[in-house]
Design a protein around this ligand. Sequence first.
Ligand code: GDP
Length: 438
Amino acid sequence: MFDTLTDSFKNAIGKIRFHDDEKALKKALAELKKALLKSDVHHKVVKELIVTVEKETKAAGIGKESFMKALQDELVRILTAKGNQGFVFASRPPTVVLMTGLQGSGKTTTTGKLAYMLKEQKKKKVLIAAADLQRLAAVEQLRQIAEQIGVDLVADENATPDEVVKRALKKAEDELYDVVLIDTAGRLAIDEELMEELARIRDLAQPDEIFYVADAMTGMDAVRTAQTFKDKIGITGVILSKFDADSKGGVALGIAHQVGVPLRFIGSGEKMPDLEPFIPERITSRLMGAGDIEGLAEKTAAVIDEKTAKRVTQKIKKGKFNFNDFLEQMEQMKKLGSMKSLIGMIPGMGNMAKQLGDLDLENSKEVKHIKAMISSMTPKERENPDLLNNSRKRRIAQGAGLSQMEVNRVIKQFKNAAKMAKKLSGKGGMKQMQDLMK
Ligand code: GDP
């Protein structure tokens, strides 16, 4: 995620670190300018930013702190566009949202992610309308997504988009849904026909919000198409998908500042939990390499069930952590989404996230082995790892398609980990952990 920009900001700040004269400031500003241009930020935005940062830094007295503060304030200003932030519910339900975007932008995936977020974090009753009948595979894709996240769907390949929308709105009124997300037609490029269809659906559905899903990786093109959608359809927000894969990061600045439509969410991975609200102050903090602790805390609090966490902690303390607890923990971790983007939210860990390929918990070999083993165990064995004698291990190995050596290794690892967790949770645990990390 915007690694190039973050690195360049660090370089720019470095130029002014040990000197506090005009020469150092000039150097830092030159570095900043180069970095922003390289990251696809429009030259007008760059110019404005440089002039303001120079003025503000001088006014506060040239130095590293004043330079950083001026840069931070200016980035927040540029990233803030007039309009709503995050998801705003209509005063009278259902809140109707039109999801628009070009084909391949991530519109269908993002519709699923938004539904998932509203259901899991806001506890809302969500309905999706599959009105993208341009690409028939999109309906099937939505069907699978809806089933996976447990959200209701209105879909009918033989109906027209207008009929699907009408049915969905009626169902939402009758059955008291809180939110209806309408997935509209996409095209490879903007054409008149698409715009007409979208305008028709807009007039029919009278949406509270029209979100445009823009692919961050298409750079300046994303800014231009967002502008066209704003002019022709009147979008009220932009969701930047594939932000995780975009190392430049200039698109966000362009959309908020040039197009003047607020960015509402960013897509940070391919899985359903990988959607985050776009909050200018937090993104700026991440851009400047300072992490986003608030965002991280919110994300974990929303998905980690506190009661379960407490129960598991108690078990760990008593040395009773078993295979069932392990499975439960894995399920909770899955809800957090991409590990890489999570790690990047911890202050000082931006670089580490960059080096780390995305850690795929579900598909790692270790986890697959453990899961295969657990599914070959009896309920009693899952509760009590100490029951596992040689004959039981042999049976489990056979059932899981693993060698007995592999099974032994996993059990040993598991027991060691449980022991270690118990130690760390006791008195002086933190000190021991620090010692381990030396
Ligand atoms: P649509 O044609 O606009 O409906 O696009 P899809 O929803 O089918 O998405 C196109 C591709 O982009 C799929 O392979 C998605 O998994 C991928 N994708 C969507 N959003 C993200 C994201 O935030 N990050 C990453 N890395 N991939 C994404």
